[in-house]
Design a protein around this ligand. Structure first.
Ligand SMILES: *Cc1c(COP(=O)(O)O)cnc(C)c1O
Length: 433
């Protein structure tokens, strides 16, 4: 399968190039040139197969021409060592829990799959360096996904004092092939350092660099597995008609994967993209005009994105038609106060504890679901990852899962750097070998 750039000015690439480069030469995002259709037998048997069983067939349809079947199966099996259960919160409203991976966030699947696929493609070709800028969740998922993977080093850049202590522990205590860089600046400064590194000819000559943000096809596409598994579980319950899927969105990588799943044949009726106060996509749906804005800080901080990178993919997927996009996807946007009110209300009425991101999804689904429809929203992180915020809202202590506690017992190791590119570059040079 070949991949083309959404900007249309770069040569087509094979999967190996798309994964090792991340971004196309014209700064566009790679798209598979065709979307494989899964056969009727696949859907009929979906409810009987395991998570990895369904995911392997989906992976084969998309990546089977580029990766031998046996290896692909192993990559999928190694990636999916956990489940994504669907839980009924109240009649017709289900929570797809995407937080059962090692860092308790949905990004674990993409990060783990990408680490293994990158390893497959770069084995014996020298060391690869993954650069990733994070405001919290991406860094922990990527660092843990790549931990101990041979031939790959990861540099996580994060803004000093601006990520939660739990999140910080998840990527600064690992050691091995993971280096945490504490940047004296904002998240945008971190992202700018990474972008500059990719454009620096001297650096690229000396080191193989790639990105593990959701611009990478190997990070966002595997998230399709979640949606097949959601429908498999609903099918088992006899609920696979008129299904609405609601995804709390920031960079729109996760919902983009859901849209690809539908294009590959998964019978999801329609989608809702739930936003916090960063409402660029919501405004686009209303007006047909896409206007990027600086991001606003909210309590659902993994969705604080003012210029969602995967918008380009969605736009392309629907033939650049506002009408087609808004026929399939509706939007919602919520303030911090509304998010807090939703967490409190859902918890007291149903006993189900939402995190601030999932709360946007739950509320958008509840407000938009029509008669005769059944819906699920993605619960994208465990509420304990936002312990202080959530405890402040419900006024009760919440338990921290053991897996999170284990991270907090490690020793923090990070390298402090300024936001000057020269300093970052010299540091990378000092680590090249
Ligand atoms: C990354 C993240 C999101 C947003 O996902 P996108 O793919 O960027 O839209 C939502 N919730 C949580 C907890 C996240 O970590």
């Amino acid at each position: 399968m070949m991949y083309y750039s959404t900007n249309g000015k770069a040569p087509r690439a094979d999967l190996q190039k798309a994964v090792t480069k991340g971004l196309a030469e014209d700064r566009g995002l790679y798209m598979p040139e065709r979307i494989p259709q899964l056969p009727a037998e696949f859907f009929e048997g979906m409810g009987e197969r395991s998570f990895a069983g369904n995911a392997s067939l989906v992976a084969e349809a998309f990546f089977g021409e580029d990766v031998p079947k046996e290896q692909l199966r192993r990559i999928v099996a190694d990636t999916l060592s956990f489940d994504c259960p669907i839980v009924e919160v109240e009649p017709d409203i289900w929570s797809l829990e995407l937080f059962h991976g090692p860092t308790l966030a949905f990004k674990d699947v993409g990060a783990r799959f990408m680490a293994r696929l990158l390893r497959h493609f770069t084995k014996g070709r020298g060391e690869v360096n993954v650069l990733v800028a994070t405001s919290g969740d991406t860094g922990s998922a990527v660092a843990n996904g790549f931990l101990g993977v041979e031939g790959i080093r990861v540099f996580v850049l994060y803004p000093k004092g601006k990520v939660s202590p739990i999140q910080e522990c998840q990527f600064t205590t690992l050691g091995q092939n993971i280096t945490a860089l504490e940047i004296d600046g904002t998240f945008d400064d971190c992202q700018a350092l990474v972008k500059n590194a990719f454009m620096d000819a001297e650096l690229n000559e000396k080191m193989q660099l790639t990105s593990a943000n959701s611009i990478n096809v190997a990070r966002f596409l595997p998230q399709m597995f979640y949606y097949f598994q959601a429908m498999a579980q609903l099918q088992r319950k006899g609920l696979s008609q008129n299904v609405v899927c609601c995804v709390p969105s920031g960079n729109f990588g996760n919902i983009c994967a859901a849209l690809f799943a539908k294009k590959a044949g998964l019978p999801i009726k329609r989608f809702i993209a739930a936003n916090n106060a960063n409402s660029v996509f919501y405004e686009y749906l209303k007006t047909g005009v896409y206007t990027a804005r600086p991001s606003i800080q909210t309590i659902a901080n993994a969705m604080d994105v003012g210029d969602p990178s995967n918008f380009a993919r969605i736009y392309d997927l629907y033939g650049k038609s506002h009408e087609a996009i808004s026929a399939d996807i509706s939007g919602a946007t919520y303030s911090n106060e509304q998010i807090a009110e939703t967490i409190r209300d859902c918890h007291s009425r149903t006993g189900y504890l939402l995190d601030p991101h999932g709360a946007c999804g739950y509320r958008a689904l509840k407000e938009n679901l029509q008669k005769g429809e059944v819906g699920f929203f993605c619960e994208t992180a465990h509420p304990a990852k936002f312990k202080d915020t959530v405890e402040g809202i419900i006024g009760e202590p919440i338990e921290i899962p053991e897996r999170l506690q284990a991270f907090m017992q490690g020793t923090k190791q990070s390298v402090a750097l300024s936001k000057e590119f020269q300093e970052f570059k010299s540091f990378l040079f000092s680590r090249s070998r």
